[in-house]
Design a binder for this molecule. Structure first.
Ligand SMILES: [Zn+2]
Length: 156
């Protein structure tokens, strides 16, 4: 079983295994049904991870937007008609159909996630080698030069 990177499509050792989720399972089943399943182990190379992360983030953003859009459609087609008295079973069906379609469209940008993520390299707390030497707290001593008070108005 070859390990194939989903970013660069090359074989290679190592890498982070791709997580099997609903979509991955469906794709696998579909491939098996059509007899094109390759049974490769899907991974993401260490050096491909940055590209993978971006794709995954894009998909997640996309999915969230599709859900928001679907929610708006449901409100417009189902919730608003209830309050405006224009409720009809047709609009409910239409709203649900559109909602499912909109969410389903996000699969165009589908990108799986990996089971492991590289740990963000913990930055070692660097105690600055050169310790800042606090200047010895010097009290600024005011040398009050005690001037002999000039006596004013010298008596002649
Ligand atoms: Zn790769």
């Amino acid at each position: 079983m070859a390990r194939i990177c989903i970013v660069c499509h090359n074989e290679g050792n190592g890498g982070y295994p791709v997580q099997n989720d609903v979509v991955m399972g469906a794709i696998k089943k579909a491939k098996q049904r059509f007899g094109v399943a390759q049974n490769n182990e899907l991974v993401v190379h260490e050096e491909c991870f940055e590209a993978h992360r971006k794709k995954r983030e894009r998909f997640e953003r996309d999915l969230a937007m599709h859900f928001v859009f679907a929610a708006i459609v449901l409100i417009v087609f189902i919730v608003l008609p209830i309050f405006s008295g224009g409720f009809s079973i047709t609009s409910v069906f239409l709203g649900m159909l559109l909602g499912v379609l909109i969410v389903g469209l996000s699969i165009l940008h589908y990108w799986p996630k990996t089971t492991f993520s590289p740990k963000t390299v913990a930055q070692p707390a660097q105690p600055s080698a050169a310790k800042v030497q606090l200047p010895f707290m010097k009290k600024e001593e005011k040398h009050e030069a005690k001037k002999p008070e000039a006596k004013k108005g010298k008596r002649k």
